[in-house]
Design a protein around this ligand. Structure first.
Ligand code: BES
Ligand code: MN
Ligand code: MN
Length: 462
């Protein structure tokens, strides 16, 4: 495979312009007000795949948002790569914290991106990263270098738990048959420290509701005499961690995969500077489970976090009131061997059991998924390693990430193939946050590296 660099240099402006057009469509899957835009984005993805050289592209309807499926089969005897990505994005809220509107992409230079970065919701997660695959395909087809078969499966519900994808995958096993799955929806350590994601955490997401009196009460007339659901909820949540920041839910750690001393030592070799990490977040210290390093806390250890909490009066000024109800959304990040359905049950049982008299507690599970780890001696991993060596001039470091793409574990179960996570984002790209961005350098480096993966994977499969 010839280096894609000259082709990228020549087409760079168009590659940026096309991505910018895609980023203008607010494909927010969580908010039904954007339904039309989500569907419009699926159509835009379809067109881009057709233009890039897919032979057939279809929009597959589901109970939720459509899945765009495209393929180019050049020879049944050659290996097949299945590319997965998602065209939906997270809600941009809070809007007032954005320096420029989330769906009006702008290019700005930053300290880490002196070549410029595209600021827009979805620029890195995942429109920008999935579009690298579309442009890599364009390069390979237009220069007649595509070495193997390729299938694309791009969904529109990843950010809300991939509700329809599981069903689609189990019903279309033959259509989706492949030798390796390739995803760019994660990050890398740094621009000069390429890495391949070898692990994703699982997830259990629940919502809790604490109900006290049958109406909001005057906090003077009733204060002190009835349970205040917000006070109670705060207490209950606080009790979910002990003084060492271990999670107190009985049985929570029972199945947690234990890493050997050697594995932990290997992990500690990855470049990491705690002072820089703290500085980037404006915090004076990190915080977490006793006995583990920051990199372990956010990758190989399970966690429990409140993602949102509300109740009572939050308007202007002061209102003296005891709310009838209090709510919170809680996520638990899980590690290999922990079963998300079992953890959800353990949470529910425990949370209900710690409710004091005077309140009622309701736990509603949202969605979840299993963790994923991929070996570093698979053909796919080795091909990815070679691809990075070719374009970065360095061997990439395997790294387990703290994020979740729950569908990956399901791919392995249903399609029996390994997933290679070639992410090109940086932690500082602010995915899910205001001012999300994606470095132009990273975008183009991805387009350059992907064809090399196709090449080495095909060669090594022989
Ligand atoms: N692309 C992210 C996951 C990710 C980002 C993994 C960076 C590793 C590194 C994905 O879009 C995402 O946000 N996933 C959700 C879970 C989903 C079920 C809503 C997450 O991790 O919160
Ligand atoms: Mn993503
Ligand atoms: Mn995301």
């Amino acid at each position: 495979m010839k280096s894609a660099k000259p082709y990228i240099e020549k087409n760079k402006q168009r590659f940026l312009d096309e991505l910018i057009e895609l980023l203008k469509i607010p494909s927010i899957s969580a908010d039904s007000a954007y339904k039309k835009d989500v569907i419009k984005t699926a159509e835009a993805i379809k067109k881009s795949l057709e233009k890039a050289g897919c032979d057939t592209v279809e929009i597959c309807e589901t109970a939720g948002y459509p899945i765009v499926y495209g393929e180019k089969i050049i020879d049944k005897k050659l290996p097949t790569i299945l590319v997965y990505g998602h065209y939906d994005v997270q809600p941009p809220d809070p809007l007032d914290l954005w320096d420029s509107p989330p769906f009006e992409p702008v290019i700005k230079k930053t300290k880490l991106h002196p070549e410029g970065a595209i600021f827009a919701r979805g620029s890195c997660d995942d429109k920008g990263q999935l579009y690298m695959h579309v442009k890599a395909l364009e390069y390979m087809t237009s220069t007649k270098q595509l070495p193997c078969n390729v299938k694309f499966m791009i969904e529109g519900e990843e950010e809300v738990g991939s509700k329809s994808l599981g069903d689609f995958v189990s019903k279309n096993k033959k259509k989706l048959a492949n030798d390796v799955i390739l995803i760019s929806d994660t990050g890398m350590i740094a621009k000069d420290v390429p890495s391949i994601t070898t692990g994703l955490r699982g997830l259990s997401y629940v919502e809790v509701e604490v109900t006290g009196p049958n109406r909001d009460l005057h906090s003077g007339l009733y204060g002190g005499a009835v349970a205040n659901p917000i006070n109670i909820l705060a207490k209950m949540i606080a009790s979910l961690h002990d003084k060492n920041n271990h999670i107190t839910i009985p049985g929570f750690y029972d199945d947690v995969e234990k890493l050997s001393k050697k594995e932990r030592e290997k992990m500690a070799e990855a470049p990491f500077n705690l002072k820089d990490y703290e500085k980037a977040l404006d915090i004076d210290a990190v915080y977490g489970e006793k006995g583990y390093s920051t990199n372990e806390r956010n990758s190989i250890r399970p966690t429990l976090d409140v993602n949102g909490i509300w109740g009572g009066y939050i308007g202007e000024g002061a209102k003296t009131v005891i709310a009838s109800q209090a709510f919170a959304k809680i996520s638990m990040r899980l590690v290999p061997n922990q079963d998300w359905k079992k953890i959800t049950e353990l949470f529910k049982k425990h949370f209900e059991s710690i409710a004091p008299e005077g309140v009622r507690v309701k736990v509603t599970p949202h969605h979840g998924g299993q963790a994923y780890v991929t070996p570093i001696d698979s053909l796919g991993y080795k091909a990815a390693e070679k691809a990075y060596e070719e374009t970065f001039g360095k061997t990439p470091i395997p790294q387990r990430s703290g994020g979740s793409i729950p569908i990956v574990a399901l791919f392995e179960k249903e399609l029996k193939s390994k997933t290679i996570l070639m992410g090109f984002g940086l932690d500082s790209d602010a995915i899910h946050s205001p001012n999300e961005h994606f470095g132009i350098w990273n975008y183009l480096k991805g387009i350059e590296t992907i064809p090399q993966f196709y090449h080495f994977f095909t060669e090594m499969s022989k």
